[in-house]
Write a protein that binds this ligand. Structure first.
Ligand code: UDP
Ligand code: MG
Length: 351
């Protein structure tokens, strides 16, 4: 007798035994919202009630299990961020917070939150900025996509009009540069994304120190999709991504994903060698013609040009060797100093 598909209930992708109650009813997903915070004392008083309100509405809409939580990661802030977070977690059992031992940077703060959520047994995580520039109104779409079976949902900015001219232009230059160096990136996607448990497990199998999440996630595979949103203005406070941090971020992206710069050095070496044959011929004929003294300009130019090229090439190679050095040492990617919240135990750990 042929199998009658319509007799089967429609189940979401993650139909692991623990997501299906005994009577075959699908349980609501237990999701952890992760917000990294670096010196966000100005933004948090606005962010906390807003995210909580959204969380409650998602539970009312039956999109979320009431065991879902909001996890803040304090990335070694020097201001009162931790006091605000620990206080919030004391009064509200749905809020949890971890404090990293120092400022490890946005990417490692995200990883710390994802690791913590994974260990707490959440079905999925959604990462977003603590300044709520990532529109939380589209969280419904993220969860719906997850329930349809997607393990990775990328939040993609459809509009950057609220960004400053400088931010827009640097972002455009960033994407163009990444494309040039063949780093796999989702255009206009930052770190607003949902990751299902299987995707998290795959992500945590990447041991690299120089973590560039936006490049790694597309490498994980798994069913993935996009959710579009309009980027909001920063709720309060100012950007923590200084030009220096942005440049370091772009450099990390390139060196952790591409050996294209080294290939460019090989190419320029090849071109310069070809040129030198022409110069040799030129020098030879100049000598035969008895005009050797007139070559000063070309000599001084090639001296500086080649000197610059050699130094630049050494720098690029040095940069990669530096990265190898950092990876080989395999230092922990973060240390958690404190945890706060009803569900979190007071213990210290590292990755
Ligand atoms: N952030 C962090 N560690 C850092 C820098 C930033 O955890 O060293 C957090 C910050 O608190 C925010 C998010 O990363 O939640 C994005 O930073 P920001 O909003 O300053 O960057 P922008 O949106 O301007 O690019
Ligand atoms: Mg921001």
């Amino acid at each position: 007798m042929p199998l009658k598909i319509e007799n089967f209930p429609l189940l979401p992708y993650n139909t692991s035994s623990k997501n299906i109650a005994k009577k075959g009813v699908v349980m609501l997903p237990k999701i952890c919202f992760i917000l990294p915070c670096y010196e966000e004392e100005k933004a948090l008083p606005h962010t906390l009630p807003k995210i909580k309100e959204k969380y409650t509405s998602l539970i009312e809409k039956k999109l979320l299990s009431s065991q879902s939580r909001i996890l803040f990661v304090d990335d070694g802030s020097q201001d009162t961020t931790w006091q605000i977070l620990s206080q919030a977690s004391e009064t509200d059992p749905t809020i949890m917070a971890i404090k990293l031992s120092r400022n490890y940077g946005h990417q490692n703060a995200l990883l710390a939150g994802i690791t913590e959520a994974y260990q707490q047994g959440f079905d999925a995580v959604i990462t977003m900025d603590a300044d709520l520039q990532d529109d939380i109104e589209v969280l419904d779409d993220f969860i719906k996509k997850y329930l349809e079976g997607y393990q990775v949902v990328y939040g993609v900015r459809s509009d950057r009009s609220t960004d400053s001219f400088f931010k827009r232009e640097t972002a455009l230059a960033f994407y163009n540069m990444m494309r040039f160096f063949q780093v796999p990136l989702i255009y206009n996607h930052a770190d607003y994304r949902l990751l299902g448990r299987s995707a998290i497990e795959a992500l945590l199998a990447f041991p690299e120190r120089n973590l560039f999440l936006r490049g790694i996630i597309p490498l994980l595979g798994f069913p993935s999709t996009e959710v579009f949103y309009k980027r909001q203005e920063r709720i309060a406070g100012h950007t923590k991504y200084t030009l220096k941090k942005m440049l370091a971020f772009a450099l990390n992206g390139i060196t952790s994903f591409s050996i294209q710069p080294i290939r460019l050095i090989i190419l320029s070496g090849f071109v310069v060698s070809m040129m030198s044959v022409v110069i040799l011929l030129y020098a030879f004929f100049q000598k035969v013609a008895g005009k050797t003294v007139s070559g000063w300009t070309s000599v001084i130019f090639s001296l500086w040009f080649l000197g610059g090229l050699v130094l630049l090439s050494l720098g690029v190679i040095g940069e990669y060797i530096g990265r190898i050095y950092l990876e080989v040492k395999a230092r922990p990617r973060f240390f958690i100093e404190k945890r706060a919240g009803k569900d979190l135990h007071e213990k210290n750990s590292s990755r």
